[in-house]
Each structure stands twice: as C-alpha cells, then as structure tokens.
Design a protein around this ligand. Structure first.
Ligand code: SF4
Length: 616
C-alpha cells in the first residue's frame, strides 16, 4: 500500500488539517533512531481526540523515551474515508504519514462504547486483521485502554491486550518488555504471555469463557500460568511526581476543548451511584497548587493558548481551590490568558470565585441536579437539595447571569413518573427565583435550558445490576416531561434514547457481542456517536443476523450472576457496591469521602498515604 496520493486527497477533503500533521509541538523524530514505533489511535474525529487529556499525557511520556516514537492517528471523517478507500490509502499517522500497519503498536483509547464500530473501521482501513487471533507475527500489537477497557469483553476479540487504569507507569513497562522480547527473538504469543504478568494488563486470548444455558457467564478462567485470575487496575499514587506534559500540541483547526488544561486531581469524593468515573478513579489524589502553577506556566509558555482550563471530575471539591485560583489568576492576568472554571457544584457554588474568574464574560452557567425530586436525588446519592440549587441560581442571577443550563437524567433505577415531573417543577422554581429577586434585570428575562439524558447502567457502579429502560419507555418518559414543561423561559433538550440503549448493551456486554460488532461493521456502521451517521436500523439488523437479543443485556442482573467485568479489581469492593444499591432502594444517602469514610476499599490499591484525602 502507498500514501503517494495523499497530498492530492488532502486538497479534496474538508478540514485537511485533521490529517496533515505539522502542528506546533507535534513531535518529529527520525524513525530510524528508535526501537519502537507506537501509533496512538483515537477512535473518533481529530477534533474530539485532540481534546482528550489522556492521549496528550501518554504521547508526551512515550516521546520522552529516546527509544520510542509515538505518533497520532484518528478516525477519518466520511469524506476522507471515501477518498482513502478509493485511492488505496491505508490508515496513517499524522506526524510522518506512515501506514499504521508498519508500527509496533496501535494503542486505542476507549472513552465511550459508541466508538467500537470506529475501532473496527480503523483496523480495516489500516489493513490490520480485525480479529487478534488472525494477526501475524508482523502485525502491530493492538492495545486498548480508557474507561471502556474496564469491561472490554464485547471488544475482546479485536484487541491483543488491554491496560486497566492509569497508564503513565505501565506504558513504560510495556515498552521495556517489548524491547527485551524483541531482543530475545520470541514469537508474538511470548510477548503477550510476558506482559500478562504485569499488573494491570489483561490479555483476553489467555482466558476461556464458558456460558450457562441461559446465556449468562459460567466461568472466565486463565488458560495459561502467566494469566492472572484477577487484573488489578493501575493507579498513580503521587500525582505531584507523575510526568505531566510541558508542551501540548496546538491544532490548526477548532477542536472541542481548545485551551491549555491542567489536571487538578483524580478521583471524586462524591459517591453518585450512577457514575462510573466516580468509582473507577477512586481514591481522590490531588496535585499541590505549586505543581499546578508550574504545569500552567509551562503550558502558557509553550503553546500561546489564550485560555487555561482546570480539569477534574469535580473541580470545586479541590481542597485548595481558593489558593490555586489566586495563584493562577496572578499568572494568567500577567500573561493575558483567560482562566475558565468548569461548572461548579450546586451546593458549593461561589459567586465570588465565578466573578473573579469570569470577570466580564457572563457565559451560561451549568448545574447538574441530575434528578427532579429530592427522593430521586437521594436514590442516586446526589447530595444536593432544592434549596442548594435555588440559592446558587439566585446568587448567579443577582451576579449578572441570566442563563442557566440544568442537567438531568431519566430512566434512573427506582424512578416514578412524579420524579420526572419534578424536573419541570424544579426548572420553574429556578425561573421564579429570577423574577422574585429584586436585584435581577427583569427586562432581560431569564433562560433555563433542561438537558435531559437517558440513564445507562455502567459496570463498576452500584447500579451495575439495574435494568435499563427500553427505547419505548424512555420515549414515553421524554414525551411526558415535554408535556410538563409549560414555561416559555424553559427550553427542553433531550438525547437520542436509541443510542443510550445501544450504549447500555455494550457497556454491560460480554464476548458474544464481538460477532455483532463484526456484522455491524460489515453493514457499514461507523461514527455512531454522531447523530448524522448513527443508523439504528443497521444495528438492529446486526443483532438479528447474529441471533442476539439486546434485551438480554439491558435486563436486571442478580447479585449471584458472574458479570463480564468481574475479572477486574478496581479496588472498590463488590460488597460496597451492593450496600450502595440496597441503600438506593431505600433512598438512603451515603456521606461524601470528606465527611466520613464509607470503607469502599479503594485505598487498598494505594500503598502510600500521600495525596489521598481518604486518610486525612
Ligand atoms: S476508602 Fe473511604 S474515603 Fe477513600 S474513597 Fe473509599 S469511601 Fe471514600
């Protein structure tokens, strides 16, 4: 295969800078000088992939190694794919335009289930056999990571191995093992057996899965001595010591988050029962303000970005937020860079902080009560009250904002229709608080936008056993809520429920879904995260052609059932998840990790106490 017509093709496609490379801070090395070539693949468009922090971190760490060259590759948009297939151009990297098939590794980050069809499409475009069992000695090792890797069973057939947890340390161990294996002259399987012994590495082909007559899993057992019975996630204990990029690639085109981001902490002190990120990244580990200031200085100097953002699951829970913003504002004002804070929590919204950060710009504020009634917020353990929301909204309106966006979910476990009606009622109360205040400008008026997503039960959450609503039930609930919203100041946006159901099927799926993915790929499914590309009918056909019922995967699970992700140990115990699910049934809340430790078990994976608020 050749890339000889690439220049010609790039002139014909939209946004050629998605593929051309050459951006500021992209790394150029002589491939002849390295022992390993690693293609980092993002299974979505350039704009989405370039906003992803994990990719930036691993790209930087791999390229710090003199023996390794990491390059990037993304899912091409439809026009580019057509041109590539027409001209016989294989999937290539942005940096050197080298075919991905010539690399030693293709590492793919799996951020959401709806990217799975893109993974297969990228493999096919690369000319790499889709099934790991069909790959030859010269094919790259295909490695998966990211949140979806925690239940990698639906895509197990397509990957040589997965990395569970945070990648900064384990990626180096994988590269060292590769060099040793290469020098030993071993076969492909020898490398896989070698890395199966590394903590956090899961090689699916080294495990046999058997099923009961009803389709549930009977056993998942290692088929060789190197494979561990349980895979422990990797975790970085001290975030002040871990490498953070001092340079970020600056794209030529607009991307989703186009700013310099510093990562404030990992984990979350909250225990929202629907939230996978809140469980898999436990326990909380913070960076110190000095480290963050240093990270910020480096990025401002190396990128020329005019906006700096803070990244974490819940930035307002950072223990030294005031100190950090003071220090950052001093820096950003001097450098003429604006500082943006992600939305703050409803219960500790600080007008003072928002006003200092967003001095002039009164862009829309977002709050996430997630559920409309207090009972439902207690079920999901979202510890915010109506009073918190009204107080925060009033503060914001009196501070000059006149637009808020409220995030909710429907289809939550143990939900009643009155909980859904509560969403519209709550929004009306927010509108009222604008007009009831003496300090707001009534002539400007207020806009409240409801953004309502459908709940998807995820592995490693207390709701991992819960049934998921059908597409029909979700549609009924959406329609019901639409009817309840009668105030002209409230705008109601909802998400496509068919995508949510499919996402739920793959989130809690098993290895049997591999054949559905293969069929869906052959039918042309791709870019499913994009409304204009998603085609439910093709997916339905793929399931039906394979004789697989989606309802099997959206059903309620019993505590006794072996779940496809039971092979992974995230630190948080199954008993804790069960207790939380039982508490949800009674709408009983669990305090956050700063108020009281609930003994979830996460700290068992963290050997040192430094940086972990669980011990304070
Ligand atoms: S060990 Fe305790 S404090 Fe730490 S994450 Fe778990 S529940 Fe929270």
């Amino acid at each position: 295969m050749s890339i000889k017509n690439l220049d010609k093709v790039l002139k014909r496609v939209q946004k050629a800078t998605r593929y051309s490379g050459g951006e500021l801070n992209s790394v150029i090395k002589n491939p002849e000088d390295v022992k390993i070539r690693y293609a980092f693949g993002f299974p979505d468009t350039y704009e989405v992939g370039m906003s992803h922090l994990g990719m930036k971190i691993l790209y930087h760490i791999l390229n710090l190694r003199p023996d390794t060259y990491c390059e990037r590759t993304f899912a091409p948009w439809i026009d580019m794919e057509e041109e590539m297939r027409k001209e016989g151009i294989p999937l290539f990297t942005n940096e050197t335009h080298t075919p991905v098939k010539e690399f030693d590794f293709l590492g793919i980050t799996l951020q959401y289930e709806m990217c799975y069809s893109n993974v297969l499409n990228m493999l096919s475009l690369a000319g790499i056999p889709l099934l790991s069992s069909e790959r030859g000695e010269d094919d790259p090792f295909v490695n998966g990571g990211g949140p979806c890797a925690y239940n990698s069973e639906p895509i197990a057939d397509f990957f040589d191995f997965f990395t569970m947890g945070e990648g900064e340390e384990v990626i180096g161990e994988l590269m060292d093992a590769y060099i040793e294996w290469k020098e030993s002259g071993g076969k492909r399987i020898d490398y896989l057996k070698r890395i199966a012994k590394i903590e956090g590495i899961y090689v699916p082909s080294l495990y046999d899965v058997t099923y009961n007559d009803d389709g549930t899993i009977k056993s998942m057992t290692p088929n060789c001595p190197e494979a561990k019975p349980k895979i422990k996630k990797r975790i970085i204990e001290d975030l002040d010591k871990v490498i953070y990029p001092d340079k970020l690639i600056v794209p030529f085109c607009d991307i989703v988050h186009d700013r310099a981001n510093i990562e404030v902490f990992r984990g979350c002190i909250r225990g929202c029962r629907f939230c996978q990120a809140g469980m898999i990244y436990r326990p909380v580990r913070e960076k110190s303000p000095d480290t963050l200031l240093n990270d910020a200085c480096n990025l401002i100097n190396s990128t020329g970005y005019e906006e700096m953002g803070l990244s974490s699951l819940s930035t307002s829970d950072y223990t030294e937020l005031e100190t950090l913003t003071d220090k950052l504002l001093e820096l950003t004002e001097k450098e003429k860079v604006s500082l943006s804070l992600p939305s703050l929590r409803v219960d500790n919204f600080s007008l003072d902080l928002m006003q200092r950060v967003q001095k002039v710009r009164k862009s829309g504020l977002t709050f996430a009560p997630e559920a409309g009634s207090q009972r439902m917020r207690d079920v999901i353990n979202k510890n915010v009250s109506e009073e918190d929301l009204i107080n925060s909204a009033t503060l914001a309106f009196e501070g000059g904002w006149n637009s808020v966006k409220l995030y909710f979910m429907i289809g939550l476990p143990y939900e009643e229709m009155e909980d859904i009606a509560g969403i519209a009622l709550l929004a009306e109360k927010v509108v009222e608080c604008y007009y009831n205040s003496e300090k707001t400008n009534k002539r400007r008026g207020v806009n409240v936008t409801l953004s309502v997503a459908s709940f998807v039960p995820k592995p490693f959450t207390p709701f991992q056993w819960a049934p998921q609503d059908t597409m029909e039930t979700l549609a009924e609930k959406q329609l019901f809520l639409k009817g309840e919203v009668r105030n002209r100041h409230i705008k109601y946006n909802y998400h496509q429920n068919d995508i949510s159901v499919l996402e739920g099927v793959f989130a809690r799926g098993d290895r049997k879904l591999g054949k559905v993915l293969l069929r869906a790929h052959s039918l042309g499914c791709k870019l499913d995260g994009w409304n204009e590309c998603f085609n439910l009918e093709l997916w339905k056909q793929a399931f039906s052609d394979c004789g697989i019922d989606m309802a099997f995967y959206t059903r309620e699970r019993s505590y006794d059932e072996i779940l496809p992700w039971d092979i992974v140990d995230i630190g948080v115990s199954t008993q804790f998840m069960k207790n939380e699910n039982e508490k949800a049934k009674k709408a009983a809340v669990t305090p956050n990790c700063r108020e009281k430790c609930s003994g979830c078990g996460a700290t068992a994976l963290c050997k040192t106490k430094k940086g972990c608020v669980c011990f304070e």
